[in-house]
Every structure is written in structure tokens, then in C-alpha cells.
Design a protein around this ligand. Sequence first.
Ligand code: SF4
Length: 409
Amino acid sequence: MSSAPERRDFAATKQMKAVMFKYFTELSQASENGKKTAWCTSVGPAELLRSMGFEVYFPENHGAMLGATRMAPDLIPLANARGFSPDICSYLTSDIGSYLKGETPLQKMGLSGVPKADVLVFNTNQCRDVKDWFQWYAREWNVPCIGIHSPRAVGALDDSLFEYVAKQIESLIEPLEAVAGTKFDIDKLREIIALSKQCTELWKQVLEAAVAVPSPITFFDGTIQMGPAVVLRGHQDAIDFYEALVAELNQRVADGVGAVEGEKHRVYWEGMPIWGKLRDLSTQFLDLQACVVASTYCNSWIFDALDPVDPFGSMARAYSSIFICRSDDEKENYIQRMAEKYKIDGVIYHDAKTCPNNSNCRYEMPQRMREKLGKPYLVINGDLNDLRLYSEEQARTNIEAFAEQLVEA
Ligand code: SF4
């Protein structure tokens, strides 16, 4: 009798955990070390903040932790009771619920809790929710909330758009100097952008390792390994970790070792992860010998445009060309390129109930993509954090039926 296939972990995971622990420890010690803390949205101006000496905290990362630890469903109702609709971003509602209850997964790491912001800096390139989210804390703590308003549903990119965004990034300097108590230094910013660029190139190599057949990494691995690319871009620790991970992936490719033993099918994941169900989904795909080799989500932290020679212009280009703020035509072109590059057999679209911004199956895109790619698709109804919106049984059955279609295709 053959035993169930097992998930292959990476030796580098230990280093990733140490890097993340150090990051959170430094954040929690910011004020005793005389440092200011800036909250930043996931594709906000982290490089600028870091260059000005801020410790940078990303509440969406905390939202993902609340989802992965399955704390979110108990916390969301607290935010609902304060007036935040159950239909809006469940990162927002679980994070505010966590604040209201005074409970966070960071306490399980031995830390006192979420670091209080001295300033909150958003970019609406992904959604409006992040601004509403940050403004709530700004009112709560009486601290400034500033940000960038980015165009969304953008078709062709052009210089006027980049100039518009670059000017907004530059205009953040004065209010940030007032909070930081230090002067902006363009050379420091160039240095941080160079580090950020190195991190992004390494993260790209991690994800592109999945081009190999069999793939040495799955989407589910990627959601775990991406922590440093999200919270530590512009920091040497992230670079050191990804160098180790890339070396390990290259070794797996050289040895023909796949993340999914006996890989038979290759799938693309479009949309948000279902954080509280990553392990279950990963196991089901493993059992089906299907590897989710690529995703829009993990690739959203590749910022090719960053360039220390043109700090503001290149940050504007990087932040304004991410998938989530593009038109459906551009998104479809992107998915098509990814499907070809990663030799995809089918596409899964996650319709995350509380994130319309990152759910691309509501306006007939899966059907159009099936025509373009000639590959089957599946829509999974669920949510990033609110597991009350996800039917495990239904998803499991649908995934099994989808895998059958992959066999037939
Ligand atoms: S993009 Fe979606 S998940 Fe992310 S902050 Fe906005 S609404 Fe929430």
C-alpha cells in the first residue's frame, strides 16, 4: 500500500522564520530604540519610509496572519459591531477586530502586540479599503494619515500617469520629515531602492523556478516564503534569505525534485489565498498530483521597474503597473503570458467575497480566458480571511471534478 504524499519543506524556511522574528522584534522595540514607526500598505512607498529611518509595518501582512491562524472569524464581528460592513475587506475587519480585542498572533511570538503608528501611509493602487482602514487608526491615535491616490483599471501605461504618481510620492517627504524629525536624503533612498531591487529580482527567481517540470515549488509554498519580500524589501535580511532559497530551488531543479511528487497537472491560481485553508488545499492538490505552479498573488511583489537612478519615477512605475490596478484587457494578457510560461493545464479563480478588487471572475473573465487558452477553469467561492464564506466540502468536490477535467484535457 502506498503512503500519502508528503509536502516537502525547504531548509531555508528556518532562516525565513528567523528573519521574520527579527523584523517583528525590531518593530516592537522601535520606540525604545528611538525610532518612529510608519504603517504602509503592501505596495505603498516602503522604500521612501525605510530611507527616512522609519520601522515599517504592513497591516495586510498582519491580516494574513490573522487569516492563517484562523483567528479572523472570531474577530471580524467586533469590527462589524463598530460599523464596518461584513461585506468589506476581511483583512480590515479582522485587523480592527484584533485591535479592539487586544489579541494578535504576534503575542504568540512573545511580542507585546501590534506596533502603534506614528504615521500611516497608504497607496490606493489596490483598493479604497486601505485608506479607510488607515484613517480609522489615524483618528484612534490622533496621528497623520497621508498617501498616494493611484489610477485604477489602467490600460496602456504612460509617462503622464507615472509623473502624476511620482509627484505624489515626492509630496510625502515634507510631512514625513515632520514626523521623523530627520531630513530626507536622496542617496539613502537610492541605496534602499537598490536593495529593494535586489530583493525583487531574487523573489522573481524563486517564482520562476516553477517554470521547471516538475516544479520545485507550489503556490502554497510561495505564500509562506513571500513574507520577507512583502515586509523587508529594501533590507539586506530579505536578500540573504532569498539567496539561500534560490540556491535550494536550483538544487531541486538540478536533481529533478518536484514539490508535488509525480506532478501530473499544472495549475494557475488567480486571486487571493484562502489563508485559513492553505494547508488543507495544499494537501488536496498533493493528493491529486496537481501542482499550483504560479499565481497572480505571489507575482504581485515583483517590481521590475525599480531603479536607483530614477528613484521617484521608478517607484511610481513599479507601484502603478501592478496587476490589481490594470484593466481587464491587460490582466487577461498577463494571465495568458503566465499560462504559456508556466505550461498551465487549467486556471483556478478564487472569488473572495470581501475582496472584489482581487477577484477577477465576476465579469466573465474565466469564460474569455477559456476561449483564449483552451484550458478548463474553476471558480472557488470563498474569502481570504472570513471562513464563514467558504464551504470546504463544496470546494473539495469542485476541485476533484476540476482535476478530472485536467485529466481529460
Ligand atoms: S486588495 Fe482586497 S484584500 Fe487587499 S486590502 Fe484591498 S480589499 Fe483588502
